[in-house]
Write a protein that binds this ligand. Structure first.
Ligand code: DC
Length: 230
């Protein structure tokens, strides 16, 4: 079995992290851990159970509720991505619904939600070669990752990229939604979106995915070689 090797890619929505992370995982045959899926899953489940809006249980109640939700779910990690399977059904579109989009930043700002998902994610990657993407992968979840990357891009470009991913929304609405999400994600007290210490920062506004991927892969290779020498 290969030694554990963790690459974290953080950045705001539309910075290219998902596409970049997937391409790297495919080329290097690493598994792709999409951390947002877990925040979306918890949000979706809380909505479904009627706990949202406004009926959040107290601290310990919430912890056990989320732990039991995570116990029920099966996680399939591959270079293609992260699939959460509940009662033998893979969860897909439901995790990307408008309702989930509207609530996920609120839910993910809660300390109990973050703690529980963080420790779940750490257990998942043990002993694996993994590319993981999110908001706090390099700052909080895997601060000792072998390589930490922080992607940024102009809001206009990010909105256009998002517009290609979703139907039924105009560019202005997408832009407003992104700016609001950026604000919530980077101003929250706990695990805000920010550049991790020692991260390689790449502004993807004028770069093709190919260039971004090449740059990161050459850095991974360099670090693997230097690890072998030590
Ligand atoms: O990457 P995504 O769009 O699927 O993430 C959905 C939401 O989950 C995002 O608005 C913030 C939250 N999130 C988080 O707080 N921490 C992470 N590591 C990943 C996602």
């Amino acid at each position: 079995m290969a030694d554990e090797f963790v690459v974290t890619i953080d950045g705001p929505a539309g910075s290219g992290k998902t596409t970049t992370a997937r391409e790297i995982a495919r080329r290097l045959n690493f598994v792709l851990l999409e951390s947002g899926a877990f925040y979306r899953f918890v949000t979706w489940a809380l909505l479904k159970q009627g706990v949202l809006p406004g009926k959040f249980p107290h601290y310990e109640g919430l912890r056990s509720l989320i732990s039991s939700l995570l116990k029920e779910v099966r996680v399939k990690l591959s270079p293609e991505g992260t699939v959460l399977i509940l009662n033998d059904q893979p969860l897909k579109e439901e995790l990307r619904s408008k309702e989930v989009e509207n609530w996920v930043s609120f839910v993910s700002a809660h300390p109990v939600v973050r703690e529980t998902i963080t420790s779940f994610l750490r257990d998942l990657v043990k002993g694996r070669e993994v590319v993981t993407e999110g908001r706090d992968m390099g700052t909080v979840v895997f601060p000792k990752a072998n390589l930490k990357v922080f992607l940024t891009a102009d809001i206009e470009v990010r909105a256009k990229r998002r517009a290609n991913d979703v139907e039924d929304r105009n560019l202005e609405e997408i832009k407003r939604n992104l700016l609001e999400r950026d604000k919530l994600d980077s101003e929250r007290e706990l695990a805000p979106l920010k550049k991790p210490e020692g991260a390689l920062e790449i502004d993807t506004t004028n770069l093709s995915i190919e260039k971004v991927v090449e740059r990161i892969i050459s850095e991974i290779e360099r670090r693997k070689v230097s690890r072998m020498k030590t």
